[in-house]
Ligand binder design. Structure first.
Ligand SMILES: [Zn+2]
Length: 473
């Protein structure tokens, strides 16, 4: 039986349509899914939407809609985005799913309760609807959330609490031992610092009159807190409630891909819930940064939100995938500007891979040409780049993996020029280039699946059609 590989994205809130930030995460996860599939592994790739948030409820009310009606609309947009971005997800889970999700989260709640980790308490605290979390003194400035810079809301309720504090030492040990890997190292250290300070128990329910969600088992007045409801999507989608064969086979997840703003929930809350329920922990959590636009945080009020649908319609899916994977350092914040986008497009895509394929096929079409065994010169050049590519992917460094493919492209361009191939039409050199371009096509499959297919087809037909028409100013 082949090895399994279970990978997830986070599930975005349904309070607003998708922006380029989630596109980045979906594309990153897709590269890993496609890469592991190419290694012969049995890949299961999950994405979906997180719908029981207070923000979804509020936006829906403002629009005069029922929350579920509004969540349906927005969830559909995220589902479309996976298609438009050519994401190879195996499944799409919604947290309003009554058949798959609800029984799983309720079962999980009962497990936490059975472990003695759920208790009721009167509580007063400052809540950020943006984060869907209570904030400590350190997490606020002038009564505002440090992330959202919005006024916090004073909430006073009687809720069920989860004994998060009970598990902090155990989680610290597991992370230190590397059994739960956090990538990059800096984010692992941030998590360890939080654990060292200790964690308070966390409110895991809300009163039903003001919030939206599934009922707490055995208490019809309380609904589950959105994070308590959202995190279990990773097990509900694969049949946790029935301990299905699929669940036994796929759990624990190999990789959770997430943004840095929700790290604490994935590296502390979720592991604690799993420990309490006596389930295995995910093997790794990969944390990416944010995308700024022209150096500024993307926000509705600034009017600089980049719509991934428009971008794909204008430049094509693989040009968008390329920019997100190449320009953005995978574990850091990156910047989006149309200027940089078009620069990358013209230099790397039109001028790089596009030009190499067109040039090579152009020259080969002028002669009777038969492929022969590749020379040592080309196989050596490819071997080194392939090693870097593999290592980079294992370290989630997508930008570096692509850079090593572009090293091969650069090598080929140089080879053509040094050999003055347009004059000599040297059979061995042309054959070497065919060999290299085929390798490039294969290496690009996880990153630019459509273009990779076109490259391989054009090689087979020995006929070139422009891959990336140059953008003219
Ligand atoms: Zn916030």
């Amino acid at each position: 039986m082949s090895k399994k590989f279970y990978i997830t994205t986070s599930i975005p809130y349904t309070n607003a349509p998708p922006h380029i930030g989630f596109a980045l995460e979906a594309v990153q996860a897709d590269v890993l899914a496609r890469y592991h599939k190419s290694l012969g592994e049995e890949v299961f790739f999950l994405t979906g939407t997180d719908e029981h948030g207070i923000k979804t409820l509020r936006v829906a009310r403002e629009l005069g809609k029922e929350p579920k009606e509004y969540a349906d609309e927005i969830s559909e947009k995220f589902r479309n985005l996976t298609k438009v971005l050519n994401i190879s997800n195996s499944d799409f889970i919604r947290t309003t799913d009554e058949l798959r999700h609800k029984p799983a989260v309720q079962k999980l709640w009962e497990k936490l309760d059975a472990s003695g980790d759920i208790y009721k308490k009167k509580y007063k605290g400052y809540y950020c609807p943006g984060c869907e979390a209570f904030k400590t003194e350190k997490e606020m400035i002038d009564g505002k959330c440090v992330i959202h810079l919005k006024e916090l809301e004073l909430v006073e309720e009687e809720n069920y609490f989860f004994k998060l504090s009970k598990y902090t030492e155990q989680i610290e040990k597991i992370i230190k031992s590397g059994k739960l890997k956090i990538i990059p190292e800096g984010k692992k250290n941030e998590t360890l610092a939080m654990l060292k300070q200790g964690m308070d128990d966390v409110s895991f329910s809300r009163t039903k009159d003001k919030y939206w969600g599934f009922e707490v088992p055995g208490d019809s007045e309380q609904v589950m807190y959105v994070w308590c409801d959202a995190l279990p999507n990773y097990i509900s989608a694969i049949g946790y409630d029935q301990e299905a064969k699929q669940f036994k086979k796929l759990w624990p997840a190999d990789v959770h891909c997430i943004g840095k703003d929700i790290m604490k929930f994935h590296t502390i809350f979720w592991p604690a819930m799993l420990l309490s329920a006596k389930l295995e922990l995910p093997k790794s959590v990969f944390v990416h940064g944010f995308i700024n636009v022209d150096g500024q945080k993307m926000s509705k009020s600034l009017g600089n939100v980049i719509d991934p649908f428009e971008l794909v319609a204008k430049y094509g899916v693989d040009a968008v995938r390329y920019y997100l994977l190449r320009e953005i350092v995978s574990t850091e914040d990156g910047d989006f500007t149309f200027e940089k986008f078009e620069q990358r497009y013209n230099s790397d895509l039109a001028g790089g891979i596009g030009n190499l394929v067109a040039r090579t096929l152009g020259i080969s079409s002028k002669i009777e040409f038969k492929e022969s065994k590749p020379s040592k010169k080309i196989t050596e050049a490819i071997k080194g780049a392939k090693q870097n590519y593999k290592k980079s992917l294992e370290e989630f460094k997508f930008n570096e993996a692509l850079a090593s493919v572009w090293e091969i492209i650069g090598f080929c361009d140089k080879y053509i020029n040094e050999e003055k191939l347009w004059q000599t039409q040297n059979q061995q050199v042309i054959s070497d280039l065919f060999f290299a371009i085929k390798e490039i096509g294969i290496l690009l499959q996880p990153f630019l699946p459509e273009i990779a297919e076109k490259i391989l087809q054009q090689l087979a037909n020995k006929q070139s059609v422009p891959l990336f028409p140059r953008i003219e100013k």
